[in-house]
Design a protein around this ligand. Structure first.
Ligand code: NAD
Length: 507
């Protein structure tokens, strides 16, 4: 006899119970602001709740940082820079980054479960995030050495070009990959010799706070090198990105907020890099193995419940294979398990918040009004057992005009718009007819066609016969309104440094 609870109500209760128990095991002990190596209350003593999107229950209350708290964190960061961190040579910074990587790795299971609770992502995917976070620190630990500048000896002149850190940088990250995005920011900033103030997204502050605890518990960095100010975008993010003593701003989030961040940074002529939204195409050629194409297209859009900046949310499938690929996608969707993200078998967890569900549902309504035909999904699941959670069905929609809002705007959910093609040039015109240019995918066994399409897609990152796998060393970032600057590479290290030229006369 099965010991599984039977009714929907029993299944909901079992999930709630499991989440409460997991929370008691993995929640950070401290949820204050992390400033100068200590956890402190916000100046106003205010907090905000972070909610478990699977159960709707409050997980924890975190400090609600505002301008005064940002000021305090920036001061603490400058103190750490002036008194200690600027004196750390490359070898010590390398050892510190490697120790952070080791520590994250040693806490993989705990951090993955915490991330899964706070964000709703399947724990299997959260585990990949945590490994990726450790890998960031390892990669940038490697880049610390050999970043020695240049010299030029010519005639009666001796020139040096050296790289110096900015000092204190401000970093703002989103909720879709909370720990991973924090690591993408922290690792290069520290490798380049900066101190930082990080603002996590208000929906998912917990993994950054746990990382801060791990830094302190294991004495991995001098106090104040990393500071974490939790809170809302306008209250904590805006004062950070517009702070006159912050010398570089790095932001990952929506294009709309990215524009505000750029304006705020402009006030102080602060250097800024932006990783923003996307509406990326996946192009399927007629020669493909259908099963493989289905697997790639499905993962391109449905990984992390569609909450990926690089999600392949527009499918361009050749007429010759369109029916088969779409049937394969329908079957793949039928086979997906929506459920408790803490369950290893779950393919799609809830979205991060009610607000994000509403946003996706508005786009689905719009797609319906704009004449879209739903080949799969299109609604919230009607399984009573999932009623507490922020679930949306994986959705395939065809028949939309490429100019329609549901195609042009980032939905940031599990929604794939389908277009059939037989003329390459017409197809490529549509592929590039969006404001975004973050990523793209090409699926074909024909190497020449693959190369041609990869060149023709106006985006910063194009996968051929693959999707989502981001490898440190291969720069990631957007064209057009998808951003400025590159992550994951030597170029990233350069974004966190300023160049000084010393020109010496020998006469
Ligand atoms: P968002 O822009 O609403 O928020 C991102 C962060 O900015 C949050 O921490 C938020 O508190 C903060 N913020 C909000 N208003 C601010 C302001 N006025 N000044 C400073 N900070 C402010 O985005 P989101 O909804 O959290 O994340 C989803 C978006 O992020 C999507 O558009 C997605 O494509 C994008 N994203 C991009 C990448 C990339 O690498 N290109 C990676 C992940 C997510």
């Amino acid at each position: 006899m099965s010991s599984q609870p039977e009714s929907a109500a029993e299944r909901r209760d079992a999930v709630r119970e499991r989440h409460r128990e997991t929370a008691s095991e993995v929640l950070p002990e401290h949820t204050g602001l992390y400033v100068g190596g200590e956890f402190v209350d916000s100046a106003a003593g205010e907090t905000f709740d972070t909610v478990d999107p699977t159960t709707g229950e409050v997980l924890a209350s975190a400090a609600r940082g505002r301008e005064a708290d940002v000021d305090r964190a920036v001061e603490a960061a400058w103190r750490a820079f002036d008194e200690e961190w600027s004196g750390y040579g490359a070898g010590r910074r390398q050892r510190a980054l490697t120790a952070i990587a080791d520590t994250i790795e040693a806490h993989t299971e705990e951090l993955a479960r915490l991330e899964s609770l706070d964000n709703g992502k399947p724990v299997s995917e959260a585990t990949i995030d945590v490994r990726g976070a450790a890998e960031q620190f390892r990669y940038f630990a490697g880049l610390v050495r050999g970043n020695d500048g240049e010299t030029m000896a010519e005639g009666s002149r001796y020139g040096q070009v050296i790289k110096e850190p900015y000092g204190v940088v401000g970093q703002v990250v989103p909720w879709n990959f909370p720990l991973l995005m924090a690591s993408w920011k922290l690792a290069p900033a520290l490798a380049a010799g900066n101190c930082t103030v990080l603002k996590p997204a208000e929906q998912t502050p917990l993994s950054a706070l746990r990382l801060a605890e791990l830094l302190t518990e294991n004495d991995l960095l001098p106090d104040g090198v990393v500071n974490v100010v939790t809170g809302y975008g306008e209250e904590a993010g805006a004062p950070l990105t517009g702070h006159p003593d912050v010398r570089k701003v790095a932001f990952t989030g929506s294009t709309a907020v990215g524009k505000e961040v750029m304006k705020a940074a402009a006030e102080n002529v602060t250097d800024v890099t932006l990783e923003l939204g996307g509406k990326s195409p996946v192009v399927v050629f007629p020669d493909v193995e259908v099963e493989k194409a289905v697997r790639l297209v499905s993962s391109a859009i449905f990984y992390n419940t569609g909450e990926c900046c690089e999600a392949g949310s527009r499918l361009f499938v050749h007429d010759d294979v369109a029916d088969e690929v779409l049937a394969g996608l329908q079957a793949a969707i039928d086979g997906m398990t929506l459920g408790d993200p803490l369950d290893e078998e779950t393919d799609l967890g809830p979205k991060v918040s009610r607000e994000q569900v509403d946003r996706t549902m508005e786009y689905l309504d719009l797609a319906r009004e704009e004449g879209g035909q739903f080949l799969a999904g299109g609604d919230r699941p009607d399984d009573e057992a999932l009623a507490d959670g922020c679930y949306v069905e994986p959705t395939l929609v065809e028949g939309l005009d490429h100019d329609s809002r549901a195609v042009q705007e980032e939905i940031f959910g599990p929604v794939l718009s389908v277009f059939r093609w037989d003329d390459y040039d017409e197809m490529m015109t549509l592929v590039n007819d969006v404001d975004y240019g973050l990523a793209g995918g090409v699926v074909t066994n024909d190497a020449t066609k693959a190369q041609r399409a990869a060149r023709d897609i106006q985006a910063g990152y194009v996968w051929i016969n693959s999707y989502h796998d981001l490898v440190p060393g291969l720069p990631f970032g957007g064209y057009k309104q998808s951003g400025i600057g590159r992550e994951l590479s030597e170029e990233t290290l350069a974004h966190y440094q300023q160049t000084k030229t010393i020109n010496q006369s020998l006469r």
